[in-house]
Design a protein around this ligand. Structure first.
Ligand SMILES: *Cc1c(COP(=O)(O)O)cnc(C)c1O
Length: 388
Protein backbone atom coordinates (compact mmCIF):
# COMPACT_ATOMS: atom_id res chain seq x y z
CA UNK A 1 0.00 0.00 0.00
CA UNK A 2 1.16 3.54 -0.75
CA UNK A 3 -0.01 6.96 0.40
CA UNK A 4 -2.16 8.90 -2.05
CA UNK A 5 -0.14 10.28 -4.93
CA UNK A 6 0.65 13.93 -4.39
CA UNK A 7 0.95 16.16 -7.43
CA UNK A 8 3.60 18.79 -6.79
CA UNK A 9 3.69 19.50 -10.53
CA UNK A 10 2.54 22.65 -12.31
CA UNK A 11 -0.79 21.14 -13.31
CA UNK A 12 -2.84 19.13 -13.06
CA UNK A 13 -2.93 20.03 -9.38
CA UNK A 14 -4.63 18.38 -6.37
CA UNK A 15 -8.43 18.67 -6.40
CA UNK A 16 -10.30 19.22 -3.11
CA UNK A 17 -12.67 16.41 -2.08
CA UNK A 18 -15.69 18.75 -2.15
CA UNK A 19 -14.93 19.52 -5.78
CA UNK A 20 -14.38 15.84 -6.65
CA UNK A 21 -17.70 14.92 -5.08
CA UNK A 22 -19.44 17.68 -7.00
CA UNK A 23 -18.09 16.69 -10.40
CA UNK A 24 -18.88 13.01 -9.79
CA UNK A 25 -22.64 13.67 -9.77
CA UNK A 26 -24.93 13.20 -12.78
CA UNK A 27 -24.52 16.12 -15.20
CA UNK A 28 -27.12 18.90 -15.23
CA UNK A 29 -28.96 19.52 -18.47
CA UNK A 30 -27.14 22.42 -20.10
CA UNK A 31 -30.34 24.18 -21.18
CA UNK A 32 -31.86 24.23 -17.71
CA UNK A 33 -32.45 27.19 -15.39
CA UNK A 34 -30.44 25.33 -12.79
CA UNK A 35 -27.35 25.26 -14.99
CA UNK A 36 -27.82 28.86 -16.15
CA UNK A 37 -27.75 29.97 -12.54
CA UNK A 38 -24.48 28.17 -11.85
CA UNK A 39 -22.93 29.46 -15.09
CA UNK A 40 -23.78 33.07 -14.23
CA UNK A 41 -22.50 32.72 -10.65
CA UNK A 42 -19.27 31.16 -11.86
CA UNK A 43 -18.84 33.91 -14.45
CA UNK A 44 -19.32 36.62 -11.82
CA UNK A 45 -16.80 35.02 -9.45
CA UNK A 46 -14.24 34.45 -12.20
CA UNK A 47 -14.51 38.12 -13.17
CA UNK A 48 -14.00 39.21 -9.57
CA UNK A 49 -10.92 37.04 -9.34
CA UNK A 50 -9.20 38.94 -12.14
CA UNK A 51 -10.89 42.32 -11.49
CA UNK A 52 -12.36 42.04 -14.96
CA UNK A 53 -15.02 44.50 -16.05
CA UNK A 54 -15.04 43.18 -19.60
CA UNK A 55 -16.54 39.91 -20.77
CA UNK A 56 -15.47 36.55 -19.41
CA UNK A 57 -16.29 33.38 -21.27
CA UNK A 58 -15.75 29.77 -20.23
CA UNK A 59 -14.70 27.27 -22.89
CA UNK A 60 -14.60 23.50 -22.78
CA UNK A 61 -10.96 22.92 -23.67
CA UNK A 62 -7.55 22.94 -22.08
CA UNK A 63 -5.69 26.21 -21.60
CA UNK A 64 -4.17 26.00 -25.07
CA UNK A 65 -7.68 26.00 -26.56
CA UNK A 66 -8.28 29.38 -24.93
CA UNK A 67 -4.93 30.58 -26.33
CA UNK A 68 -6.03 29.50 -29.78
CA UNK A 69 -9.36 31.27 -29.27
CA UNK A 70 -7.50 34.43 -28.26
CA UNK A 71 -5.48 34.43 -31.48
CA UNK A 72 -8.28 33.30 -33.80
CA UNK A 73 -10.45 36.16 -32.54
CA UNK A 74 -7.95 39.00 -32.58
CA UNK A 75 -5.45 38.21 -35.34
CA UNK A 76 -5.99 38.12 -39.09
CA UNK A 77 -3.63 36.45 -41.56
CA UNK A 78 -0.70 38.76 -42.30
CA UNK A 79 -1.08 40.77 -39.07
CA UNK A 80 2.11 41.67 -37.25
CA UNK A 81 2.36 40.12 -33.78
CA UNK A 82 5.09 40.76 -31.23
CA UNK A 83 5.54 37.83 -28.85
CA UNK A 84 7.35 38.27 -25.54
CA UNK A 85 9.05 34.94 -24.93
CA UNK A 86 10.73 33.83 -21.71
CA UNK A 87 10.03 30.11 -21.99
CA UNK A 88 8.04 27.29 -23.54
CA UNK A 89 4.62 28.88 -22.99
CA UNK A 90 5.70 32.21 -24.46
CA UNK A 91 6.84 30.21 -27.49
CA UNK A 92 3.41 28.57 -27.69
CA UNK A 93 1.86 31.96 -28.54
CA UNK A 94 4.37 32.25 -31.40
CA UNK A 95 3.38 28.87 -32.82
CA UNK A 96 -0.35 29.53 -32.57
CA UNK A 97 -0.07 33.00 -34.12
CA UNK A 98 2.04 31.56 -36.95
CA UNK A 99 -0.51 28.78 -37.48
CA UNK A 100 -3.08 31.55 -38.05
CA UNK A 101 -0.87 33.23 -40.62
CA UNK A 102 0.49 36.09 -38.49
CA UNK A 103 3.95 37.52 -39.06
CA UNK A 104 5.54 37.07 -35.65
CA UNK A 105 8.50 38.96 -34.16
CA UNK A 106 9.92 37.87 -30.84
CA UNK A 107 11.21 39.73 -27.81
CA UNK A 108 13.14 37.10 -25.91
CA UNK A 109 14.40 36.96 -22.34
CA UNK A 110 17.12 34.65 -21.02
CA UNK A 111 15.65 31.49 -19.44
CA UNK A 112 15.00 32.21 -15.77
CA UNK A 113 14.65 35.94 -16.33
CA UNK A 114 11.67 38.24 -16.73
CA UNK A 115 10.62 39.95 -19.93
CA UNK A 116 12.22 43.38 -19.71
CA UNK A 117 9.66 46.18 -19.56
CA UNK A 118 12.22 48.65 -20.96
CA UNK A 119 13.08 46.36 -23.86
CA UNK A 120 9.39 45.96 -24.69
CA UNK A 121 8.80 49.71 -24.53
CA UNK A 122 11.85 50.34 -26.77
CA UNK A 123 10.71 47.77 -29.30
CA UNK A 124 7.21 49.23 -29.44
CA UNK A 125 8.51 52.80 -29.72
CA UNK A 126 10.46 51.75 -32.81
CA UNK A 127 7.17 50.71 -34.41
CA UNK A 128 6.40 54.25 -35.61
CA UNK A 129 3.69 53.30 -38.08
CA UNK A 130 1.95 51.12 -35.48
CA UNK A 131 2.14 48.02 -37.63
CA UNK A 132 2.18 45.71 -34.59
CA UNK A 133 -1.42 44.72 -33.94
CA UNK A 134 -1.05 42.30 -31.04
CA UNK A 135 1.52 41.73 -28.28
CA UNK A 136 1.44 38.32 -26.58
CA UNK A 137 2.98 37.45 -23.23
CA UNK A 138 2.93 34.94 -20.39
CA UNK A 139 2.16 36.27 -16.93
CA UNK A 140 3.66 33.32 -15.12
CA UNK A 141 6.08 31.28 -17.25
CA UNK A 142 5.61 27.76 -15.93
CA UNK A 143 8.57 26.28 -17.79
CA UNK A 144 11.10 28.43 -15.92
CA UNK A 145 9.24 29.62 -12.80
CA UNK A 146 9.24 33.32 -13.64
CA UNK A 147 6.45 35.75 -12.80
CA UNK A 148 6.49 38.72 -15.17
CA UNK A 149 5.57 42.26 -14.16
CA UNK A 150 2.29 42.20 -16.03
CA UNK A 151 1.06 45.61 -14.84
CA UNK A 152 4.12 47.34 -16.31
CA UNK A 153 4.29 45.22 -19.47
CA UNK A 154 0.62 45.89 -20.17
CA UNK A 155 1.19 49.61 -19.61
CA UNK A 156 3.96 49.63 -22.23
CA UNK A 157 1.60 47.93 -24.69
CA UNK A 158 -1.18 50.37 -23.88
CA UNK A 159 1.13 53.35 -24.62
CA UNK A 160 1.70 51.88 -28.10
CA UNK A 161 -1.90 50.91 -28.79
CA UNK A 162 -1.56 47.24 -29.78
CA UNK A 163 -3.77 44.62 -28.13
CA UNK A 164 -2.26 43.05 -25.02
CA UNK A 165 -2.92 39.29 -25.05
CA UNK A 166 -1.92 37.43 -21.91
CA UNK A 167 -1.57 33.82 -20.79
CA UNK A 168 -2.43 33.86 -17.08
CA UNK A 169 -2.90 30.10 -16.82
CA UNK A 170 -0.62 29.63 -13.80
CA UNK A 171 -1.14 33.01 -12.15
CA UNK A 172 -4.94 33.36 -12.22
CA UNK A 173 -6.30 32.50 -8.78
CA UNK A 174 -2.86 32.57 -7.14
CA UNK A 175 -1.52 36.04 -7.86
CA UNK A 176 -3.38 39.39 -7.82
CA UNK A 177 -4.53 40.42 -11.31
CA UNK A 178 -6.32 43.61 -12.33
CA UNK A 179 -7.40 42.84 -15.89
CA UNK A 180 -9.26 46.08 -16.50
CA UNK A 181 -7.09 48.48 -14.50
CA UNK A 182 -3.90 47.15 -16.04
CA UNK A 183 -5.37 47.58 -19.50
CA UNK A 184 -5.11 43.96 -20.57
CA UNK A 185 -7.23 43.11 -23.63
CA UNK A 186 -7.37 39.33 -23.71
CA UNK A 187 -6.47 36.98 -20.89
CA UNK A 188 -6.68 33.21 -20.75
CA UNK A 189 -6.63 30.65 -17.93
CA UNK A 190 -7.24 26.93 -17.46
CA UNK A 191 -9.03 24.86 -14.83
CA UNK A 192 -6.22 22.50 -13.81
CA UNK A 193 -3.88 25.01 -12.19
CA UNK A 194 -4.80 27.33 -9.32
CA UNK A 195 -8.54 26.88 -9.96
CA UNK A 196 -8.31 23.42 -8.33
CA UNK A 197 -10.20 21.41 -10.96
CA UNK A 198 -9.05 18.66 -13.32
CA UNK A 199 -8.06 19.80 -16.84
CA UNK A 200 -10.94 20.51 -19.21
CA UNK A 201 -12.26 24.04 -18.75
CA UNK A 202 -10.67 27.26 -19.92
CA UNK A 203 -11.44 30.92 -19.42
CA UNK A 204 -10.99 33.85 -21.77
CA UNK A 205 -11.50 37.50 -20.88
CA UNK A 206 -12.09 40.20 -23.48
CA UNK A 207 -11.90 44.00 -23.29
CA UNK A 208 -13.97 46.32 -25.50
CA UNK A 209 -10.89 46.89 -27.66
CA UNK A 210 -10.52 43.14 -28.05
CA UNK A 211 -14.15 42.86 -29.23
CA UNK A 212 -13.44 45.60 -31.73
CA UNK A 213 -10.62 43.52 -33.18
CA UNK A 214 -12.82 40.43 -32.94
CA UNK A 215 -15.45 41.95 -35.19
CA UNK A 216 -12.79 42.64 -37.84
CA UNK A 217 -10.69 39.47 -37.53
CA UNK A 218 -10.57 37.30 -40.61
CA UNK A 219 -9.12 34.13 -39.13
CA UNK A 220 -11.21 30.99 -39.60
CA UNK A 221 -13.10 30.01 -36.47
CA UNK A 222 -16.19 28.11 -35.52
CA UNK A 223 -16.04 26.32 -32.15
CA UNK A 224 -13.85 29.14 -30.81
CA UNK A 225 -15.81 32.03 -32.33
CA UNK A 226 -16.06 34.09 -29.15
CA UNK A 227 -18.91 36.23 -30.47
CA UNK A 228 -21.08 33.11 -30.22
CA UNK A 229 -20.13 32.67 -26.56
CA UNK A 230 -20.84 36.30 -25.78
CA UNK A 231 -24.26 36.19 -27.42
CA UNK A 232 -25.14 32.94 -25.62
CA UNK A 233 -23.93 34.28 -22.30
CA UNK A 234 -26.22 37.29 -22.67
CA UNK A 235 -28.97 34.63 -22.71
CA UNK A 236 -27.38 32.90 -19.70
CA UNK A 237 -26.25 29.89 -21.69
CA UNK A 238 -23.45 28.55 -23.91
CA UNK A 239 -23.37 27.95 -27.68
CA UNK A 240 -22.45 24.25 -27.38
CA UNK A 241 -22.66 21.61 -24.68
CA UNK A 242 -20.14 22.74 -22.09
CA UNK A 243 -18.49 20.50 -19.54
CA UNK A 244 -21.42 21.06 -17.20
CA UNK A 245 -19.94 18.95 -14.43
CA UNK A 246 -16.80 21.05 -14.31
CA UNK A 247 -18.73 24.30 -14.37
CA UNK A 248 -20.57 23.06 -11.28
CA UNK A 249 -17.23 21.92 -9.83
CA UNK A 250 -15.79 25.33 -10.54
CA UNK A 251 -18.56 26.90 -8.49
CA UNK A 252 -17.45 24.71 -5.58
CA UNK A 253 -13.77 25.59 -5.96
CA UNK A 254 -14.46 29.31 -6.42
CA UNK A 255 -16.59 29.24 -3.27
CA UNK A 256 -13.60 27.78 -1.41
CA UNK A 257 -11.32 30.55 -2.71
CA UNK A 258 -13.87 33.17 -1.74
CA UNK A 259 -14.22 31.70 1.72
CA UNK A 260 -10.49 31.76 2.33
CA UNK A 261 -10.44 35.28 0.87
CA UNK A 262 -8.59 36.13 -2.34
CA UNK A 263 -5.94 38.11 -0.47
CA UNK A 264 -5.33 35.22 1.91
CA UNK A 265 -5.04 32.87 -1.08
CA UNK A 266 -2.41 35.11 -2.68
CA UNK A 267 -0.55 35.43 0.62
CA UNK A 268 -0.55 31.64 1.02
CA UNK A 269 1.02 31.20 -2.41
CA UNK A 270 3.65 33.80 -1.60
CA UNK A 271 4.50 32.07 1.69
CA UNK A 272 4.81 28.71 -0.05
CA UNK A 273 7.20 30.20 -2.57
CA UNK A 274 9.37 31.77 0.13
CA UNK A 275 9.37 28.66 2.31
CA UNK A 276 10.27 26.38 -0.60
CA UNK A 277 13.02 28.67 -1.87
CA UNK A 278 14.48 28.93 1.62
CA UNK A 279 14.24 25.16 2.06
CA UNK A 280 16.07 24.21 -1.12
CA UNK A 281 18.76 26.85 -0.76
CA UNK A 282 19.14 25.73 2.86
CA UNK A 283 19.95 22.28 1.48
CA UNK A 284 22.64 23.86 -0.68
CA UNK A 285 20.74 23.63 -3.97
CA UNK A 286 20.66 26.45 -6.49
CA UNK A 287 17.49 28.18 -7.63
CA UNK A 288 17.00 28.65 -11.36
CA UNK A 289 15.33 32.06 -10.87
CA UNK A 290 17.85 34.10 -8.91
CA UNK A 291 15.82 37.27 -8.50
CA UNK A 292 13.35 36.82 -5.63
CA UNK A 293 11.01 39.45 -7.11
CA UNK A 294 10.87 37.54 -10.40
CA UNK A 295 10.31 34.15 -8.75
CA UNK A 296 6.89 32.63 -9.27
CA UNK A 297 4.51 32.12 -6.33
CA UNK A 298 3.16 28.99 -8.05
CA UNK A 299 6.16 27.10 -9.44
CA UNK A 300 9.79 26.84 -8.35
CA UNK A 301 12.62 25.66 -10.60
CA UNK A 302 15.69 24.14 -9.00
CA UNK A 303 19.05 22.97 -10.33
CA UNK A 304 19.89 19.41 -9.25
CA UNK A 305 23.28 18.78 -7.59
CA UNK A 306 25.77 18.01 -10.39
CA UNK A 307 26.14 14.39 -9.24
CA UNK A 308 22.40 13.60 -9.34
CA UNK A 309 20.19 13.25 -12.41
CA UNK A 310 16.74 14.78 -12.48
CA UNK A 311 15.36 11.40 -13.60
CA UNK A 312 16.74 9.61 -10.55
CA UNK A 313 15.58 12.31 -8.20
CA UNK A 314 12.06 12.28 -9.63
CA UNK A 315 12.00 8.47 -9.48
CA UNK A 316 13.09 8.42 -5.86
CA UNK A 317 10.46 11.02 -4.88
CA UNK A 318 7.78 9.01 -6.66
CA UNK A 319 8.77 5.50 -5.52
CA UNK A 320 9.61 6.30 -1.95
CA UNK A 321 7.06 8.99 -1.15
CA UNK A 322 4.56 8.96 -4.02
CA UNK A 323 5.20 12.64 -4.64
CA UNK A 324 5.37 13.73 -8.24
CA UNK A 325 7.65 16.61 -9.18
CA UNK A 326 8.29 17.86 -12.71
CA UNK A 327 11.27 17.75 -15.04
CA UNK A 328 12.37 20.77 -17.07
CA UNK A 329 10.71 21.20 -20.45
CA UNK A 330 12.37 21.17 -23.90
CA UNK A 331 15.89 22.67 -23.63
CA UNK A 332 15.70 22.56 -19.83
CA UNK A 333 14.81 18.86 -19.66
CA UNK A 334 17.20 17.16 -17.25
CA UNK A 335 18.73 20.55 -16.38
CA UNK A 336 16.23 21.64 -13.77
CA UNK A 337 13.41 20.11 -11.78
CA UNK A 338 10.24 21.97 -10.95
CA UNK A 339 7.98 21.89 -7.92
CA UNK A 340 4.47 23.21 -8.42
CA UNK A 341 2.67 24.89 -5.53
CA UNK A 342 -0.58 26.26 -6.86
CA UNK A 343 -4.20 25.80 -5.97
CA UNK A 344 -5.07 23.29 -3.28
CA UNK A 345 -1.56 23.27 -1.81
CA UNK A 346 -0.53 24.44 1.64
CA UNK A 347 2.50 25.07 3.84
CA UNK A 348 2.12 21.50 5.12
CA UNK A 349 2.68 20.20 1.59
CA UNK A 350 5.79 22.32 1.13
CA UNK A 351 7.26 20.98 4.38
CA UNK A 352 6.41 17.42 3.37
CA UNK A 353 7.95 17.89 -0.07
CA UNK A 354 11.12 19.40 1.38
CA UNK A 355 11.52 16.51 3.82
CA UNK A 356 11.01 13.99 1.01
CA UNK A 357 13.37 15.90 -1.25
CA UNK A 358 16.08 15.91 1.39
CA UNK A 359 15.61 12.17 1.98
CA UNK A 360 15.71 11.41 -1.75
CA UNK A 361 18.83 13.52 -2.30
CA UNK A 362 20.51 11.83 0.66
CA UNK A 363 19.59 8.39 -0.68
CA UNK A 364 21.20 9.39 -3.98
CA UNK A 365 24.44 10.32 -2.21
CA UNK A 366 24.00 14.06 -1.64
CA UNK A 367 25.27 15.45 1.65
CA UNK A 368 23.60 18.14 3.72
CA UNK A 369 22.91 18.53 7.45
CA UNK A 370 19.86 16.48 8.50
CA UNK A 371 16.62 18.44 8.55
CA UNK A 372 18.13 21.61 7.10
CA UNK A 373 15.54 21.93 4.33
CA UNK A 374 12.51 21.78 6.58
CA UNK A 375 14.32 23.85 9.22
CA UNK A 376 15.08 26.65 6.76
CA UNK A 377 11.47 26.67 5.58
CA UNK A 378 10.13 26.76 9.11
CA UNK A 379 12.34 29.74 9.86
CA UNK A 380 10.89 31.66 6.90
CA UNK A 381 7.38 30.78 8.05
CA UNK A 382 8.31 32.02 11.54
CA UNK A 383 7.39 28.63 12.89
CA UNK A 384 10.66 27.93 14.71
CA UNK A 385 11.04 28.51 18.43
CA UNK A 386 11.89 32.13 19.13
CA UNK A 387 14.92 32.71 21.37
CA UNK A 388 13.69 33.75 24.82
C1 LIG B 1 -0.52 24.63 -18.30
C2 LIG B 1 -0.25 25.89 -19.05
C3 LIG B 1 -0.94 26.22 -20.24
C4 LIG B 1 -2.05 25.40 -20.82
O1 LIG B 1 -1.72 24.14 -21.16
P1 LIG B 1 -2.84 23.07 -21.47
O2 LIG B 1 -2.09 21.81 -21.39
O3 LIG B 1 -3.36 23.36 -22.81
O4 LIG B 1 -3.91 23.22 -20.43
C5 LIG B 1 -0.69 27.42 -20.84
N1 LIG B 1 0.20 28.28 -20.32
C6 LIG B 1 0.86 28.03 -19.19
C7 LIG B 1 1.81 29.05 -18.67
C8 LIG B 1 0.67 26.82 -18.53
O5 LIG B 1 1.33 26.57 -17.38
Amino acid sequence: MQPKEFLMIPGPTPVPDTVLETIARDPLGHRTKEFSKVLMEVTTSLKQLAECEGDLLTLTSSGTGAMEAAIANTVSPGDKVLSCVCGVFGERWVKIAQAFGASVDKLTAEPGEQISVDALRDRLQQDKDKSIKVVTMTHNETSTGVLNDLAQLALAVREHGALCVVDAVTSYGAVPIAFTNWGVDVMVAGSQKALMLPPGLAVVMMSDRAWDAQSRSKSPKFYFDLAKYRKSLSEETTPFTPNVSYVVGLKASLDMLKQEGYRAVYARHDRMKRALRAGVTGMGLKLFVKDEAAASPTITSILPPSSISVDNLRRSMKERFNIRIADGQDALKGKIFRIGHMGYVFERDILMTLAALEASLTELGYKCPAGIGVGSALAVLSLTAQPT
